[in-house]
Design a protein. Structure first.
Ligand SMILES: [Zn+2]
Length: 246
């Protein structure tokens, strides 16, 4: 098979999957099924989305049976709820994906997801600084020193789980990411997203401010392993693990 250029997966390969399932009995059935899934995953063709791509463009160029609608169905987990919004770098499975293939594609897509700084600003109060002004006894996030009205960005693609007033955090946005971690942005002067909304890396989610319990404008930024207060981890270490220089 040529390394370059478009190609269709031969239809005959699909027959092998059906044939492999022809078996009877509990344990005896399990092995051919695993084998079939593995073989199918190995032959599945993936396509990495480039800037300017649309699902219909990809479906046509790659000769996907069923067109863009089938392509979307097969890759809904990777694409998200909006078929019109496909992100460059997303890996799509062409020609019908087995569940195992979709999961594997998703996992590799999330590890290569791009991350950005939440705001173009320098670091103020660091993570874990001790102090009586924090209810946990230490600072649960990292502060970025920034004037009110500065654009705040989602650090990575994800889904907004809450957006609005949250007591001492003032106006706050919390986003859940593909790896299950949560990023939190506090003290905002305005919130530009709403709960349930999908966001992309670098998308503006609001403006910095000085709402809530603050002595001046800054971005209080946390990474959490759950939606709950106290499950924080080092935000800068997390960003650096994902290739962000902060
Ligand atoms: Zn803070």
């Amino acid at each position: 098979m040529p390394a370059k250029g478009k190609h269709r997966r031969p239809k005959s390969q699909r027959v092998t999957r059906a044939a492999a399932v022809v078996s009877a009995g509990g344990a005896a059935l399990a092995l051919p099924l695993i084998g079939a899934t593995g073989a199918h995953a190995a032959t599945a063709t993936t396509y990495t989305v480039k800037a300017g791509d649309t699902l219909s463009k990809i479906a046509e160029a790659q000769g996907v049976d069923g067109g863009w609608k089938q392509l979307y169905q097969d890759n809904k987990a990777a694409i998200g709820s909006d078929a019109a919004l496909i992100k460059p770098g997303t890996k799509l499975t062409l020609g019908g994906a087995a569940k195992a293939t979709t999961t594997a594609t998703q996992a590799s897509a999330s590890t290569t997801t791009s991350y950005v700084k939440p705001v173009a600003a320098s670091i103020g109060t660091p993570y874990h600084q001790n102090g009586s002004m924090w209810s946990s006894g230490y600072h649960t996030g990292t502060d970025f020193t920034v004037a009110t009205g500065t654009s705040l960005k989602a650090i990575a693609a994800g889904t907004v789980v809450s957006a609005g007033w949250d007591g001492s955090y003032g106006n706050e946005v919390v986003i859940q990411h593909a790896d299950g971690k949560y990023s939190q942005y506090a003290h905002m002067s305005s919130v530009g997203v709403s709960a349930g909304q999908a966001v992309t890396a670098g998308q503006q989610i609001g403006l910095s401010g000085a709402t809530g319990n603050v002595t001046g404008p800054h971005l209080h930024f946390e990474i959490r392993t759950s939606p709950n207060y106290g499950s924080d981890i080092d935000p800068l270490a997390y960003l650096r693990q994902h290739g962000v220089s902060v």
